[in-house]
Design a protein around this ligand. Structure first.
Ligand SMILES: [Fe+2]
Ligand SMILES: [Fe+2]
Length: 388
């Protein structure tokens, strides 16, 4: 069933997924609850059946950090420590395949630093055998195993008594291997090997995720440039052609620091500042974003819609949807003045006000034209200190 609303201003029908009247431009935004979708948490690889609960819990503990860790080295170290603790091993190492595909190098390893400089050819030693065959293995008496190379022990002075290793695979492709060395109590078992395979899977996924994240970040910053250039090419009552978005973004770190915001928050406000007028892009091409806006709508009514349209554009993009409230509220003020109509004023945070105060300043180019009463005292003070 299609739900409909009636515009309180012009009394025409508005379809339910519209946040404004496409005929007169009146905003009904605050009259409808905008539900944000919850973030999905990626599922972790299962641990082999038969493991006790503490192993499983620890596994999931590491798996959870996967969703938050940006620092791959830290994450792999955590995986290494968890492997040592759960398997009861003296040491662990995570080796990655280099770009040539011919050598393994140590990414993390407990023990001597010299290890980090060593390269192990695929096919040589137990690690090289695991990499070549893409199979896990247990070697409980390495000095009597023909694959074992005592070279590393000679270089480090460490005595290897037992090894369990597993390949890190993404699909059919080898990423590297994980090893646990010297079981402190008895010998490595098949159970240990299965657990290690679970961790090897986690390590592989985290390595690939990190690479994807880096690619995504590059893509994201390129896309930002593209969108800003696109927005600036449009005519609008704001001085969008003169680097307006960049000018606002330039002041954000200074005001953010005055307000005591942390780096992540300043980064988000900075990006939101770059995107704040993206609604003009949507207004110029409404059909591209599935909107039908009345051709007769006057330019002032259209102008008042740009925050709503901008926030709707970013809402569906995971990497941008945190910017939504900044874009939606960038012309709305604490004292109730501004637009669009019907926004709940209690959601105006100091973070959002950083953009709205800079928007006013950069449009008017004159600090004296701003009314301090429209902003929180702390935000106005920070602005006043930064802008001379
Ligand atoms: Fe603007
Ligand atoms: Fe604007």
């Amino acid at each position: 069933m299609i739900m409909m609303n009636i515009c309180p201003k012009c009394e025409k029908v508005i379809l339910s997924d519209y946040k404004f009247c496409p005929r007169c431009g009146y905003s009904i935004y605050g009259k409808k609850g905008a539900e944000e979708p919850a973030h999905a948490v990626p599922a972790a690889a299962p641990v082999a059946a038969g493991e006790d609960t503490s192993k499983v819990l620890q596994f999931f503990n590491v798996a959870q950090t996967l969703t938050t860790a940006d620092d791959i080295d830290l994450l792999l170290k955590k995986i290494g420590s968890a492997v040592e603790e759960i398997l009861g091993a003296e040491r662990s190492s995570i080796m990655l395949l280099d770009d040539t595909g011919e050598n393994l190098y140590f990414k993390t390893a407990t023990g001597e630093d010299i290890l980090k400089k060593l390269k192990i050819p695929v096919g040589m030693g137990v690690a090289g055998w695991i990499a070549q065959n893409k199979k896990p293995d247990i070697v409980n008496d390495p000095y009597n195993d023909e694959r074992f190379s005592p070279d590393t022990d000679k270089k480090t002075g460490f005595k290897t008594r037992s090894i369990v290793g597993a390949p890190m695979m993404v699909g059919d492709e080898l990423v590297g291997i994980v090893e646990a060395i010297n079981k402190t109590d008895g010998e490595f078992t098949k159970d240990d090997m299965n657990t290690l395979m679970g961790f090897a899977g986690l390590a592989a996924v985290s390595i690939v995720n990190t690479k994807l994240k880096t690619d995504q970040k590059n893509f994201f910053s390129n896309m930002l440039d593209f969108l800003i250039i696109g927005t600036e090419a449009l005519s609008s009552p704001e001085p969008t052609k003169s680097g307006h978005a960049w000018e606002i973004a330039k002041y954000v770190p200074h005001i953010g620091r005055e307000l005591g915001f942390d780096r992540d928050k300043i980064h988000l406000i900075h990006n939101a500042a770059l995107m704040h007028d993206i609604g003009f892009l949507g207004l110029a091409n409404p059909e591209l974003i599935g909107l039908r806006i009345d051709r007769e709508l006057d330019s002032n009514a259209k102008y008042r819609l740009h925050p709503i349209i901008g926030s709707e554009i970013v809402k569906g993009i995971k990497m941008m949807h945190d910017m939504g409230p900044y874009i939606l509220y960038h012309h709305q003020f604490k004292d109730g003045s501004g637009f669009p109509e019907n926004l709940p004023l209690d959601q105006i945070t100091p973070e959002i006000e950083v953009i709205s105060i800079l928007e006013q300043y950069c449009i008017r180019k004159d600090k004296r034209a701003l009314d301090p009463k429209k902003f929180s005292p702390a935000v106005y003070r920070a602005f006043d200190k930064v802008i001379h």
